[in-house]
Design a binder for this molecule. Sequence first.
Ligand SMILES: [Zn+2]
Length: 81
Amino acid sequence: MVGWTLRIILILLVARALWRLTKGVLEGAGFSRDSVPSGVKLVRDPVCGVFVAPARALSAAADGQTQYFCSEKCRAAWRGR
Ligand SMILES: [Zn+2]
């Protein structure tokens, strides 16, 4: 019976070590804070709610702010309001 106890303790220690390792890797990759990778700032399309990268999005300025859109259709819809 002593053998079983040692085996269970060993399994628990290994499982804990693996969990900490996995958690550390995920946190290091920036998964814990946000699903968005750091360095790439995404903005929300106010019409359809899709997140777009400003560098690749269509934009329109209003009230000193710049809005970004996923498509010309969304930009036209936003301007038409
Ligand atoms: Zn859109």
